[in-house]
Ligand binder design. Structure first.
Ligand code: AMP
Ligand code: MG
Length: 520
């Protein structure tokens, strides 16, 4: 196992002069050197073959003792010095001060096929940023991150990736519902990979401390390595930097809305500077279409991070980043303009995405109204988002009256018995079919196109939970089954039809399926 090491982050940025894992405030530094915890009895559960290839590794490499040791923290790669990154963040709307990699440790930055990848262990022990926690991760949340990050990638959503999932062999104490009933769970480690794990909070920490010098060093580093096409750093380039982050973040959140993904904890420390979906915690997938839904029980009262507000929360987070960059730009107006443009671009991007979900290739002024009516109708009774849009592609332009046969499976309660709901849907489908008349495409072409936008298979909350329950009993086959299934989320996969169903009733109120907390 040989890597082409780059390590520009640790070579070019200031480090914390103190070594050791004790908790502390780290000033004027972007990271601290740390040593991963040696796991007591590590074992590999799963490896993502594509990510292996991206890193220039073979399947044979993944079967070696060295692979197991390196990706569980038992052994440190030659010529590398693992480190934890320092960052801050706004959590649930409030400045939270220093956070940092409390349970993530960067192993190395490697180059392969002209791409740079940072490899990070999640759950490999405490760091200076662990605050009151243990730096560890449990099997259930590690399975959720492992499965979902790969599922998102194959759905075409920008995301950090996963390389391997392992057990540490250690026991970890967790209070799943924060109700005073902690119990021991299996400890696990995910190795995850991204071009960079820098977050909005990585920059905010320096502006919050008035440390303009380190802020500039980090922004200039980021531009040099990840936005080099913007040119040499200057005030104008800092503006272009924000603009590009706004564009990338918009693209990411529009994908979330398209596939029905709810992140659950969109704090600024969980916003990637590269517009990648990052830090899979109490995320969830919309089953019944409900803009007010959040899977995160910690956010149950205010529902700040509910499905419907995700694009606005990105703007709120960009506002914090703009505030930080103000220190370098020293003019508010152009920063405000970028935020305003985000708002305008959001409307355009959302409309474009919804048109594509509905199979419209052309644009019609009245599409906004049709889409608004659709969003209202989807909430008349519990309606499965994935099944509705996937099956919608089967409607024939000339046969609007067949609508109930086409999308009927998406309704959790039979709607044919509820007059007012049925009539509203019939009305909407009449308008939809009429709108389709103005499309030049054939029914078949439209269906083929829609099936590349509306996935057939997503990682429904109960699916991940089945994989977790089986894994807890030592059976990892569901993890593998779901990995295979979710590699081709837009394909029909007739043999896998059992996963193209509404959420089963047993999962409606089950912890882990409909209720999740940050306790991972
Ligand atoms: P999250 O909401 O999971 O992204 O985490 C927010 C902050 O808490 C980050 O600084 C994490 O590193 C830290 N954190 C979360 N869980 C743990 C843990 N088990 N041990 C140490 N730090 C943690
Ligand atoms: Mg985080």
């Amino acid at each position: 196992m040989k890597f082409n090491l780059k390590n520009s982050f640790s070579k070019e940025l200031p480090s914390d002069p103190i070594l050791g894992n004790n908790r502390r405030q780290v000033k004027e530094a972007c990271y601290s050197y740390v040593t991963p915890k040696i796991p007591s009895n590590p074992s590999l559960i799963h490896v993502a073959p594509e990510m292996l290839e991206n890193l220039g590794l073979s399947e044979k490499d993944s079967e070696t003792e060295a692979f197991l040791n390196v990706f569980t923290g038992a052994q440190i790669l030659e010529n590398t010095k693992p480190y934890a990154m320092c960052y801050g963040g706004h959590q649930f709307g409030n400045w939270a001060g220093q956070l940092g990699d409390g349970r993530a440790i960067n192993l190395a930055e490697v180059e392969h096929d002209n791409l740079i990848w940072t490899i990070q262990l999640k759950g490999a022990g405490e760091t200076p940023y662990s605050r009151s926690a243990d730096g560890l991760a449990v099997l259930r949340s590690s399975i959720r991150e492992y499965l979902c990050s790969e599922a998102m990638h194959h759905l075409g959503v920008p995301t950090t990736r996963a390389l391997s999932l392992s057990l540490s062999g250690d026991k970890v104490l967790r209070d799943v519902l924060y109700n005073g009933n902690p119990s021991y769970e299996k400890g696990a480690i995910v190795s995850r990979v991204a071009p960079s794990f820098l977050r909005f909070g990585s920059y905010e920490i320096f502006s919050a401390r008035g440390d303009k010098k380190t802020l500039k060093t980090l922004v200039d580093y980021t531009i040099k390595h990840h936005f080099s096409h913007l040119g040499k750093p200057s005030k104008d380039v800092y503006l272009a930097f924000l603009k590009e982050i706004a564009n990338k973040s918009l693209e990411m959140v529009i994908h979330w809305q398209r596939v029905g993904f709810v992140h659950g904890v969109m704090n600024t420390d969980n916003m990637s500077i590269l517009g990648l979906t990052i830090d899979y915690g109490p995320y969830g997938w919309l089953e019944g279409y409900d803009p007010n839904w959040t899977p995160n029980t910690t956010d149950n009262v205010n529902k700040r991070y509910r499905y419907g507000t995700q694009p606005q929360i990105v703007l709120w987070n960009l506002f914090q980043l703009a505030n930080t960059l103000f220190l370098l730009v020293e003019k508010a107006k152009p920063l405000e303009t970028i935020l305003k443009e985000y708002r305008d671009d959001l409307d355009v991007a959302y409309l474009k995405m919804m048109r594509s979900k509905l199979g419209f290739m052309s644009e019609n002024k009245a599409d906004c109204v049709l889409i608004e009516e659709l969003e209202k109708n989807l909430q008349l009774s519990e309606t499965d988002m994935t099944i509705f849009f996937r099956n919608l592609a089967n409607l024939k332009k000339a046969d609007a009256k067949d609508w109930l046969k086409v999308v009927g499976k998406a309704f959790y309660e039979p709607i044919e018995i509820v007059d007012n709901i049925r009539l509203k849907w019939a009305d909407w489908f009449a308008k939809y079919a009429e709108r389709l008349q103005s499309e030049k495409t054939t029914d078949e072409d439209r269906k083929a196109k829609m099936n590349t936008i509306n996935p057939k298979y997503v990682l429904r909350n109960y699916m991940a939970q089945i994989a977790i329950d089986n894994a807890d009993n030592g059976d990892y086959s569901t993890i593998n089954e779901l990995c295979q299934l979710l590699k081709k989320p837009y394909d029909e996969q007739p043999d896998n039809k059992k996963w193209f169903v509404k959420r089963p009733e047993w999962a409606r109120h089950k912890v882990g399926c409909s209720m999740l907390s940050c306790s991972s």
